[in-house]
Structure formats: structure tokens, C-alpha cells
Design a protein around this ligand. Sequence first.
Ligand code: PMP
Ligand code: GLN
Length: 379
Amino acid sequence: MPRSAARLNGLGTTIFTEMTALAVRTGAINLGQGFPDTDGPPPVIEAAVAALRAGENQYAPLPGVPALREAIFEHQRQWYGLEPEEVLITFGATEAIASAVMGLCDPGDEVVVFEPSYDSYTACVAFAGATPRFVTLRPPGFELDPEALRAAVEAGAGRVRAVLVNTPHNPTGRVLRRSELQAIADVCIEHDLVCITDEVYEHLVFEGEHVPPATLPGMAERTLTISSVGKSFSVTGWKIGWCSGPADLVAAARTVKQFLTFAGGTPLQHAAAAALRLPRAELHSLRDDLRAKRDQLCEGLAAAGLSPIVPAGTYFINADVRTDAAQWCATLPERCGIVAIPTSVFYDDKDAAPTLVRFAFCKRPEVIAEAARRLAALG
Ligand code: PMP
Ligand code: GLN
């Protein structure tokens, strides 16, 4: 492998790519990578077709097509009372995260990452030449320990530049409480840190309330808020995301983004605007549908003798398999025709959750029912 690629922590192929390839190879039910097996809402699909036919097929403006930018300003205002100064459309939340971290962090900087974490965070920190400083969320509750956060920032001795937050949280399914977010805000304000917050599951909250960190006092001016349409609208292959916040933070991300991919996905940007403008009842029904799937898989896991940790949001349930989860998952396709992911892959500290497995429940009821039957037959 070329040296520059090898330097990236020996990252190799992502677990999602590996697990989906395993599912395809073995014909197993794929409860690994988080993507739905049904299409997004028909009006959203139709908006994409209409934009393609209307000749919206050339480069978008770098900041994004005006219709989508306006829809995001409106969305932030109507859902959360936020008035961001700027918005930038990106190739999914993934590009927003990469652009933000590379645009805001220099080599030698440190970034607080709550582990377990979505895999691209530490990769992007490495791209920037920065170093992650992990704060560990431990099962079964995965609560944030404010003292551990404070200690991590203080141990950084002035090198910590940013805190990367994710709520609702992948892979734990937790929706961070206001008090936990306030603890993050207190540390950010006290140490003059930037908050980069990934809220791609913002509309997939089954219990409790999604609180964007930017809504906390003193945080709007230091927070870059990231989201995308993929998860909320069941169109993960569209890769239309965005970041919003203070003009200087968005400009930092834009500077990087313009050289990563410039600007594209024009027809899908128009369709994303239509998605964000769907009536609230439509979003609630997508969420309620997903909650029923969560409950169905939780029941199936419990009936199979695995102990699910019921998630308040996202696509994911963690369950305790009471043995080495990595080995359990490695043989699962041949034992029962299911692919799932050991939660330890999302941790730097591999001993923090050695017996947990992450299952995606964003699948049709008949697929979940069949998965439950197969798990029960494991004995
Ligand atoms: N953040 C989290 C926490 C995720 O789970 C994912 C996967 N959808 C992403 C970011 C990437 O989002 P996108 O597909 O919009 O790039
Ligand atoms: N967010 C998805 C998950 O956690 C995967 C996205 C990806 O494949 N990078 O399963």
C-alpha cells in the first residue's frame, strides 16, 4: 500500500463495505450496514425524476442550489428556532464531516471523539494530521461522563480544538439528554472549542427529544451542525448532506469541499428540498414506522435469548451475546444466515464492549421476522 494511505491508521476497508460484501457472498440477511430495504417517500422520488427531466443536470453552485439552501434555513428555523448564518450542501454528511474537520483542524491539533463512534470521524481526524482524544461511553447506558470529558480536554493541554458530537448516536442508538449536551457546551465555552455535531438521525427519535447543541446558550456561534437526507428519508444512496452555522465555520468547510468534489448531485439537491418540505406528519409517520421495526427486532432478539439495549433513536440496536462478539459475528452467516457487526469495531478501546453486537432494524417486517426466526433457531 502506498505510504500515505498506510499512514491512515492502517484503516483498511470499512466494516460496512466488508459486512455488506459478506452478506452478498453468503446470501445472508444484512443487518450490518445501515440502509433501508424500501424506497423513500414517493413525492421525494418524483421530485428527483422531475428535476432530471427539467434539465437540472449541470454543476450546482458551490454553496448548493438555492432551493435546498432555503429549505435548510427554513428547516433549522421551524424545527429548532435556529438562524444559521450560512449553509453548505455536501456529498452526504460524510463530506461535511471531512470538510469540517480538515477545514478547522491543523496538524498537531486534537479532537474529542466520543467512542464508540461512526468510523469516518477518526479517519477524517487523521486526514487533518490531528489526533483523536477519546471519551468512552460504556454499556449498557452509554451515558456521557462530564468529568471524563473535562479531564480529556484538560489532558490535551490547549491542543484540543474541537469536539465531535453525534446525536442521535450511531452505533448506540442513544439520544443525548439536554444535561449531557449542556456539559459539552460548558466545556466548549470554557476552553473556546468548536463543536462539530452530526445529526443525521435527527428525525429518527422514538423516545425523548432531539436537542441540537447549537440551540444551547452560547453555542450557536461555535457550532457547525451537520445532517443529511439519507437516513431520515430512506435514500442513503443519494448522499445529499449539509452543514450550517456561523459564516466563518461554514467557509472553512467550503474551502476544503471545493477541492474534494466541487459541487454536484444537482437533481437530488432539488429533491432533497422537497423532502425537507414534506409535512411534519409525513416525517412522523416515517419515524413511527421505524419504531415498529425497532420493537419487532427487539422482541426477536429477546426471544432468541439475546439482551437488546432498546435504542431511543437511529437504525441500530445493540444486543449482548454474552460471548466474544467479533467471533460470534464472524460465524453468524454460516450458522444462521445473518450479518451483524460487533460493536467493538466502533471503539478504540476494544475491551469496552466485547460482547455487544449492532443490528440494523431498518428492514421490511417480513425480513425482520425471518431474521428473528433464524436467531431463535440458533439455540
Ligand atoms: N454520520 C453518521 C452517524 C452515520 O451513521 C452516517 C451513515 N449514514 C453518516 C454520518 C453518513 O451520512 P451520509 O450517508 O449522509 O454521508
Ligand atoms: N451509517 C451506516 C452505518 O453505520 C453506514 C454508512 C457507510 O457504509 N459508510 O451502518
